[in-house]
Design a protein around this ligand. Structure first.
Ligand code: SF4
Length: 290
């Protein structure tokens, strides 16, 4: 290591107020707050410039307020996501719109890896929508048991298959309103199918990862998935809606994990002010929690 270069180290409490030479992580976006001096602290510049006659309780100068959804901040986040995950797509194995509907229903409260273990055999056994529509939920339950909540999921899959056969000619509809009439299909599943299979940006997929990370990155303060989606649709350009969801889902699996995010390895670190970061070079905001 060259002389004078100090490797950066995380503070014990997860904060890192000073940045080591050469870390390259001290840049801040315009509008981001700098750390306010602690009690009893004052910057040398402030002391130097203070007139001797200044009143003790003079009001602090106004600092330009920090806007976490300022267009330049959002653009920067999107740019870094493109750098991290340039080519990502849905991780659920599927070969048709119907298979993606089934896989997405099964993925609720489960992992994609778990679902991908189950679906190849499932789709071999029941290769068409009609084959699923001919089953009772009880007949399907053993095949999807390992994905959890298997009774409800069986009912949803069979109900969706029956409706697609009876009302949509056996084809998964390409319209949001029609998709939302299928049992077990809410906006998340509909957005996955429309975006991934039909390449139609009708909304932003809000799953558990998008929910958590959008809040950590202060792109929303909402807790309700539909309101989060509305916030994201307002600030993210439409042509990015599909890719953004995939990128955030991958980020949630690889780095920004729920319990212990790997902030020291994260390219978004110095634009992220999440209150539960495990390492930080910038001020963290208590309200920006997962
Ligand atoms: S810095 Fe940490 S909390 Fe913020 S996005 Fe990266 S991994 Fe997540």
């Amino acid at each position: 290591m060259p002389r004078g270069v100090v490797p950066r180290q995380a503070a014990r409490n997860g904060r890192q107020d000073k940045v080591g030479v050469g870390t390259g992580t001290s840049a801040r976006l315009p509008g981001a707050k700098s750390r306010a001096p602690g009690r009893g602290e004052a910057s040398a510049a402030a002391l130097k410039g203070r007139p001797k006659t200044a009143k003790k309780n003079a009001p602090a100068p106004k600092i330009k307020s920090y806007n976490p959804v300022a267009p330049e901040r959002v653009v920067e986040i999107l740019r870094r996501l493109d750098q991290l995950y340039p080519d990502v797509t849905c991780a659920l194995t599927h070969a048709s719109a119907w298979e993606l509907v089934v896989a997405t229903i099964l993925s609720a409260q489960s992992t994609d890896v778990n679902v991908n273990r189950v679906t190849p055999e499932l789709f071999r056994k029941y290769p068409t929508v009609a084959a699923f529509a001919a089953l009772t939920p009880e007949q399907l339950e053993p095949d999807v048991r390992s994905t959890g909540f298997f009774r409800n999921k069986s009912k949803s899959v069979i109900g969706a298959a029956k409706k697609i056969v009876a009302e949509f000619g056996g084809e998964v509809p390409e319209e949001m309103e029609k998709l939302l009439t299928l049992p077990g299909v809410a906006r998340k599943t509909a957005n996955v199918v429309l975006g991934t299979w039909f390449k139609m940006a009708e909304g932003v997929v809000v799953d558990t990862h998008v929910h958590r990370i959008s809040r950590r990155l202060e792109l929303t303060t909402q807790d309700d998935p539909q309101k989060i989606e509305q916030d994201l649709m307002r600030i993210i350009p439409r042509e990015k809606w599909i890719l953004f969801s995939h990128q955030i889902i991958w980020h949630g699996r690889k780095l920004c994990i729920a319990r212990k995010p790997k902030c020291a390895e994260c390219l978004l670190e110095n634009v992220c002010h999440a209150g539960d970061k495990t390492w930080s070079t910038v001020e963290m905001h208590k309200h920006a929690k997962a």
